[in-house]
Design a protein around this ligand. Structure first.
Ligand code: ZN
Length: 325
């Protein structure tokens, strides 16, 4: 069906709403504006994509650092320039959120080591969502650490099957399969060594997209810290047939659920979503609260909601035009 291949072609990018992978042309410039990928070339997805060539920032190393926290505790950045992964140490073992691209599990483990911790003491792996740029490194990270993977029911099949839900035939989007050891639902908590993270299912971007919240102490204050899953349209077909049943309602539920969220620290799984580089510069210049930014999440989400409705409208027009022919 032509409609399907058309949207497959729109679905080149797993998560990043900015970039268009191009197999022959030079890599695109780094993104600086929010966009959907509706203008992607209308061609079939290749069997393989040279991700590193198309998304060099996903592979550019960053010196790991602490984002916020007292002493050795808190939240650390163990991602790359473009992909954010997080490390949360505790007295009873450690927690890692996301594994980056396939092959980046070792990168994350090395980053943890650079911070002075032993990755083998990691007890829990969390995943924002089952797309290869965030789940691709989890299987490797699991074998390095022996940690348990905690994830939502909505993303379990994609994690364990190693596919992009609804685009199972697009092998370029595959990730190494990884077994989920514990399923969490909305509002459930993960506790380790006095640290508690609360899961909020914020579906749409994936069926089980999971945002995590925790309080971090620093300098006598407590900061509500959000690890937001994502709500970009990215590669998703919203209609005819949708990426998964109920996707449009899920996005709208997520926008409604998060509308009154005002986390002190807004973090996400792509560094540019929360201005990681700029905030890190402020931190290096001596501001210990460089990542505290209560405005950021609301502003970000209102842009995403507009982008979602625009993409839905564009996909609907395209769908109607095809169906009329
Ligand atoms: Zn994604």
């Amino acid at each position: 069906m032509r409609w399907i291949s058309l949207f497959m072609a729109m679905g080149l990018v797993a998560c990043d709403p900015y970039n268009t992978p191009v197999s022959e042309a030079p890599p695109p410039p780094e993104p600086d504006a929010l966009d959907t990928i509706s203008d992607l070339a209308e061609e079939e997805l290749p069997d393989e994509i040279d991700w590193e060539r198309n998304f060099p920032s996903w592979y550019a190393a960053v010196e790991p650092f602490r984002i916020i926290g007292d002493g050795p505790s808190g939240v650390y950045y163990v991602g790359t320039k473009g992909l954010a992964m997080y490390f949360i140490p505790t007295d009873a073992g450690h927690i890692i959120i996301d594994g980056g691209m396939p092959g980046q599990g070792k990168y994350v483990a090395d980053a943890v080591r650079k911070l002075g911790f032993d990755p083998a003491e990691t007890k829990i792996l969390l995943n924002s969502h089952a797309h290869l740029d965030h789940s691709g490194g989890l299987a490797e990270l699991k074998s390095i650490t022996g940690a348990q993977l905690v994830a939502s029911e909505g993303d379990q099949s994609a994690l364990e099957g190693g596919f992009y839900l609804g685009s199972e035939d697009d092998t370029a989007l595959n990730a190494p399969p990884v077994t989920v050891d514990r399923i969490i639902a909305e509002g459930e908590q993960v506790t380790l060594g006095g640290i508690t993270l609360t899961a909020h299912i914020t579906p749409g971007h994936t069926r089980g997209c999971t945002s995590w919240m925790m309080d971090v102490a620093q300098g006598g204050a407590s900061y509500q810290t959000l690890f937001f899953c994502s709500a970009t349209v990215a590669a998703n077909r919203l209609i005819g047939p949708p990426q998964y049943e109920g996707i449009v309602d899920d996005y709208r539920m997520t926008f409604a659920l998060t509308r009154d969220w005002t986390p002190d620290v807004f973090l996400a799984n792509h560094a540019e979503f929360f201005g990681m580089a700029e905030k890190r510069e402020k931190q290096l210049a001596g501001d210990p609260a460089a990542f505290v930014d209560r405005e950021a999440f609301g502003l970000y989400m209102s842009r995403l909601e507009t982008a979602f409705e625009t993409a839905l409208q564009a996909q609907t027009l395209k769908y109607n035009a095809i169906m009329e022919n």
